[in-house]
Each structure stands twice: as C-alpha cells, then as structure tokens.
Design a protein around this ligand. Sequence first.
Ligand code: SF4
Length: 440
Amino acid sequence: MTNKLKVSFLTLGCKVNQTESEALNQLLTSEGYEVVQEAAGPDVVIINTCTVTGSGSSKSRKLIRRMAKEHPLSTIAVMGCYSQTQPEEVSQIEGVDLVLGTQDRSMILNHLHRIAEQKQEKNPKEKTPILAVRDFEFQAVYEELPLIEGETRVRAMLKIQDGCSQFCTYCIVPYARGPARSRSSEKVISEANKLLEAGHKEIVLTGIHTGAYGKDQEGMDLSKLISQLAQLPQLLRLRISSIEPMEFSEELLTAVMSHKVVCPHFHIPLQSGSDSVLARMKRPYGVEDYARLLNRIREKLPNAAISTDIMTGFPGETELEHEQSLKFIETCEFSGLHVFPYSRRIGTIAADMPGQLPRSIKTARVQEVIALGLKSRAKYIDRFIGKSLEVLVEKIDEDGSAQGHTSNYLEIRFPSSLNNGDWQVGQIIAHPIKSEYIVW
Ligand code: SF4
C-alpha cells in the first residue's frame, strides 16, 4: 500500500482566501492527499498569501521563509494576492518550489506532479522554482474552484465573484485579483444545493466586490441571484458578506425584504466620513449619499445591523477631515466597525500622493475610531436586550450551553440552564436576550 502524500494549508488574509484554500484542500483530498497540520511534517506546504496591507505582505514573506526553513525537504507552494503582485520576489525566497497567483490555481496538481518527478531525479533540496503567475487579461474569466464544505458545520461561504474594476486610489486589490468577474448563477445555485445537502443551514455570499455580481452577465445582478437562492427549500439563512454603498440598489433592498431567509445584516464600506478624503480615495459617493442609503435601509428594516470599514490617515488627511469623519461615523449608528490605518501599497495612485502621514498619527486616529465603534456597537446591542431573538446554533458545548448568531449577526451564548436537553446544532432557538448572553 502506498502512503498518502500529506499536505498542509496556511492561509492569510480575507474570507475569499479562506474559501479558496478550502476549495484546493478538497481538490487535493479528492486526488488522494491527506490534509495534516503543519507540525505533522507535510510533503507539501501551501501558503495562501495576502497583500491588502503592508503588514499582509510582510506576514506572507515571513511565513514563506519560516516554512521553507522548517520544511527543507517539503514542496513549498505559494499562491494568493501577494504572489500575484510580487511573483519574482516570492520565487527568489530560498526554498520555494512553486509560485501561483490568483489565477490557474486548479493547475496545482499538474505542477505538484512535475515537482515530485524532478525531486526524484535530483537532490530534493536543490530547487528550481516554477513561476506560474500571469498578468490579468482585460476579459479574465471566473476560475471555478468548487467547494462543498463550509466555514463551520452550520455556516458556509459561497464565492460568487472575483476581482474588482473600481481602482480606489489606495487599493492593491484590482492588481492582485484582476477585473470584476462573476460566477455563473447556475454554478452558484448548484454549489448552494451541495452545501445544503451536506447539512449547512446558512450561506454567506462572498466575493472581492460582491455588489458587482452580474454586471458582466446578461440580465443578471445580485438581487436576482439572491431571489433565486432564497427559494432553496433547505436554506435557513442567506447573508451578504459585504456590499459597496452605490451598489445597494432599490432592487436589492426589495429582494432582501421579500425573502425572510435573507439576513438584515449589511457590511457597507464607508472608508471615511469626510467628502474631500472620499474624493481623493476615488470612492464614488459622498457622505450625503451614504446617509441617504442608511435612511433608505432603516426605513424598511429599522433593526438591520449595518457595519462598515474605516481607513484612517489617508494621505493628506488633516485633523479637520479626521474630525469630520468622526462626527459623521457617530451619526451612522453602526453595529460594528472594522478600522485600519492607511497602508501604502506601491503601484497604487495614493502611494505617490503628497502628505503621507506618520504611523503615530494613523494609529492614534485608529484608536479614536475604534473607541467610537465600541460605543456605537454597545448602543446597537442595547436595543435587543430583553427582546426575543432567533439564534442559529453553531456549537453546543460539553456543559450544554449553545453558541450561535442572530440574523443581525449578534453572537450569542445561551447558558446551559436554559437547555432542556433537546438543543441541536443547526437548530434555531428563540429566547429573550440578556446582556450576559452577548459574546463581544
Ligand atoms: S471597491 Fe475599492 S476598496 Fe474595494 S476592492 Fe475594489 S478597489 Fe479595493
């Protein structure tokens, strides 16, 4: 009997990267590989990298170097956004065997096969890296990487889209991921069915620029896709991971309201609450547009959770612009904030803008926005204390307590004292919420 080849995945960055690693994990498993922890001495180490910030690139480099050093005889394969944008740099790291980017990942088996053959012919420590990264073509197509498992037993990520054509001035993503392109709705529905058959109850639609879904397809858009998915009989919840403000159309709001399974939880990146900063970022909206959108959503769904991304210290951001931003953020009553300091990405327009701010200013502003975000979140949570909310159970602990999320994405832990013995993972439990049930 031949031993199975062992492979380990190390993934940095966003949910899309996690979904893609998971898809390759399944591809390799179906070809007879055994997925193991990195400490178990794998034959192949696959590092899925990130470059969205300087820290993402630096973590990626360090991880590749560490893996190459700790596993000199293993095949070291690198993929993802960092290797797509810096393929030469990655191929020069000692010990790397294979450099893939964010395209052609389904070819990994062929490459691994070739590398294994080469290793048999010569000293496995002697490496000649295969560089399999190509530039994006204008008409890049969506690369199918089918996935039939999810993030947890209950919730699954479903990737519907890749790439972005917006070119916000600070963002490296269009270079790392190529132009916006959508997965066909037939493929999306078919994968959703597989996820439901495998026992998942909640599907989260992910992508790099999810709101651009369908723009490259005749007669299709995100609202239509949502309406199709919402019909699937076993689906308990459907969530949209993130949507750009100007893409939250009337049709989308109608689709959300018409289908009870669609969660009233929207992550709508604002980035800055100052119009002049938004203009320099080349974001296609101003704060008035954003405020109008929030009103439009809340008129119809008053308890919707609306979270956002904020970037502090964009080049030239003055104290006044930062103050304007804080004031505007406060009025938005967000249910949560993701706050990042501006990170200079070589190759983007903002990297060459004057007024690059020192790290100390960027991080001090991050702290101010985080503090505001925590206050805003506490206020949002407060609205639900004493009210009965439905929690989809993701985990039951040994002591009988149950953990899961509400449809508006509050994480709840019901104590075992409420459990009369019949709780199950994947079930929806409705119960009045006490503040001690909330997981922060
Ligand atoms: S919309 Fe802007 S911030 Fe978002 S991925 Fe595209 S370029 Fe980057």
